[in-house]
Design a protein around this ligand. Structure first.
Ligand SMILES: *[C@@H]1O[C@H](CO)[C@@H](O)[C@H](O)[C@H]1NC(C)=O
Ligand SMILES: *[C@@H]1O[C@H](CO)[C@@H](O)[C@H](O)[C@H]1NC(C)=O
Ligand SMILES: *[C@@H]1O[C@H](CO)[C@@H](O)[C@H](O)[C@H]1NC(C)=O
Ligand SMILES: *[C@@H]1O[C@H](CO)[C@@H](O)[C@H](O)[C@H]1NC(C)=O
Ligand SMILES: *[C@@H]1O[C@H](CO)[C@@H](O)[C@H](O)[C@H]1NC(C)=O
Ligand SMILES: *[C@@H]1O[C@H](CO)[C@@H](O)[C@H](O)[C@H]1NC(C)=O
Ligand SMILES: [Fe+2]
Length: 472
């Protein structure tokens, strides 16, 4: 897209008098949303040193470490429990029991390991437990036979349209001092029940030879949250770990060995795109770094997936991806464009409520806009207000060592409602089928401060205009 003036001139030439009308109709680019006046101290984010407290190896022979859980089936009655042992494979067994019950169950998992350049991983265990009871506190134990460690989680309530549920949103976390603030702030908010993680986990690939020791430190860092509540994974570009110079040509090798997702339960053929239902939400995870063009497996999957969403059962339709479609920073600008062109019309047709992405190391929330009218010759290539369109939120501000994206396109485009270059996290509180409350919390001087918030009106049950912005 050129400037409005250049576009207007082009349209004049193409359409003559008709073009003049179109030109007058172009939304004003001076009518953007707000750019926060909060200016964060522009310090480079620094990775935590290897001997940091948050990377401490749990004591004891072959003690399980890097414990994390995610949803293990399509409906929330399953969990995948993963952990790493370093000295020897040890037991694959998980013991688990309901909080008020003496009866213990056990389930045997699998173990794997991988090599990356001159790094050899520990023994990576995954165990999928199914048919749990809804809304129940479970304890579990891993490291059986050597150094057992105990954790707990609560299963989500049974799926239903008015079930309140609260999701945390974190992206591009990394393992810097800022990452530790973001995670601490998320933990200090008692409401978050499940993390929707929008990609870029460890940033191990920023080290020489992608030093995979940094995948291990990251696993130990997030254990304090990820062992107790599911983190729903999305693959970002830092998960690709492709490096022919050092002979590593299998993309996503560390990520796919370490982080399992229940993709088969949604009839996906790949762990990079899948869906889950949880409480009143239907969550679709897409892959910015897998093929998404027409005739690709992801395209076919999404095409048959969207009609399956039953809004009477799960009113809230949420999409996660790594690379944002609407982004007005100068970083990664338009990287999500080709995927937007493929799928945006579907998101409008199926009334997706909200799309969360990461990648850009800053925060941004869009108006409900779409840009699906363009057909090469009609010159309709500007986003327009669209009450059936999702709100696009960029939340790639977890705090990784690459630092903040501070350079924004000026003036603020009309599709951008709020933007701010600060680290932080967000919370999406579903109240019932019609209302959800959303808040973004910036990391400021050690505290989490609500810097942006809005009431979401469900696009299926309550498709009212939530915007306070006038397009006139
Ligand atoms: C891997 O190779 C790098 C560079 O040659 C070296 O610095 C590092 O110590 C090696 N690591 C292991 C585990 O051998
Ligand atoms: C990370 O945050 C935790 C919890 O706030 C704190 O206990 C720990 O000391 C922090 N670690 C570092 C290295 O900042
Ligand atoms: C959608 O979900 C509702 C509520 O669970 C159910 O009654 C209805 O049969 C479902 N519709 C379809 C087409 O499955
Ligand atoms: C911001 O990004 C624009 C476009 O990439 C570039 O021309 C400009 O020099 C950048 N400004 C700063 C201060 O980095
Ligand atoms: C849904 O939640 C909103 C916000 O809490 C509330 O105002 C509204 O009354 C609720 N609707 C129903 C039907 O309970
Ligand atoms: C939404 O409501 C705002 C404030 O009431 C109004 O200015 C704006 O024009 C409305 N937008 C649409 C697309 O109707
Ligand atoms: Fe990224």
């Amino acid at each position: 897209m050129g400037s409005p003036v250049v576009m207007g001139l082009m349209k004049l030439i193409v359409f003559g008098v008709l073009g003049l009308l179109v030109f007058l109709d172009v939304p004003s680019f001076c009518n953007g949303g707000s750019t926060s006046s909060f200016i964060r101290k522009d310090e480079k984010a620094v990775d935590l040193p290897l001997d940091s407290d948050v990377f401490r190896v749990p004591p004891g022979y072959n003690a399980p470490q890097q414990v994390h859980i995610t949803q293990g089936d399509h409906v929330g009655k399953g969990v995948i429990i993963s952990w790493v042992t370093m000295d020897e494979p040890g037991s694959n067994m998980v013991l688990y029991w309901r909080s008020k019950s003496k009866q213990k169950f056990q389930k045997k998992g699998t173990v794997t390991s991988y090599k990356f350049y001159n790094y050899t991983s520990g023994y990576i265990h995954h165990c999928t437990i199914k048919h749990l009871e809804y809304d129940t506190l479970y304890f579990y134990e891993v490291g059986i036979g050597h150094t057992p460690r105990q954790f707990w989680f609560r299963t989500p309530p049974s799926i239903g349209p008015d079930v309140p549920y609260t999701f945390g949103l974190i992206g591009d976390l990394g393992q810097s001092f800022d990452s530790n603030w973001t995670l601490s702030h998320y933990e200090s908010n008692p409401n978050g029940q499940t993390v929707l993680f929008v990609g870029d986990l460890s940033y191990a690939d920023t080290y020489p030879f992608h030093d995979n020791v940094r995948w291990d430190t990251w696993g130990r860092f997030v254990e304090r949250s990820a062992a107790y509540q599911p983190w729903i994974w999305t693959a970002g570009n830092h998960e690709i770990d492709f490096d022919p110079e050092i002979g590593e040509t299998v993309p996503f090798k560390p990520y796919t060995h370490r982080y399992h997702v229940p993709y088969k339960a949604s009839e996906s053929t790949s762990p990079f795109w899948y869906s889950i239902k949880r409480a009143s939400a239907y969550i679709i995870v897409l892959a910015s770094y897998s093929a998404y063009g027409k005739y690709t497996p992801q395209y076919f999957w999404l095409e048959s997936e969207l009609p399956k969403v039953n809004r009477s059962e799960t009113p809230w339709l949420i999409v996660l991806m790594h690379s944002p479609w609407y982004n007005s920073y100068n970083y990664h600008y338009m990287e999500g464009e080709t995927m937007r062109v493929m799928y945006e019309a579907w998101f409008v047709k199926y009334k997706v409520d909200v799309v969360f992405a990461g990648h850009v190391h800053a925060y941004e929330r869009s108006e409900r806009v779409s840009n699906i009218a363009y057909n090469i010759v009609n010159a309709k290539c500007s986003p327009v207000p669209d009450e059936s369109a999702p709100v696009y939120i960029t939340i790639g501000d977890g705090g990784n060592l690459e630092g903040l994206a501070t350079n924004m396109t000026e003036p603020q485009p009309h599709y951008s409602a709020y933007r701010e270059a600060s680290f932080g996290h967000a919370i999406f509180y579903i109240k019932n089928r019609t209302h959800a409350y959303y808040s973004w919390h910036r990391n400021q001087d050690g505290d989490a401060v609500v810097a942006d918030s809005m009431w979401f009106y469900n696009r299926y049950w309550n498709p009212l205009n939530e915007s306070t912005k006038s397009y006139s």
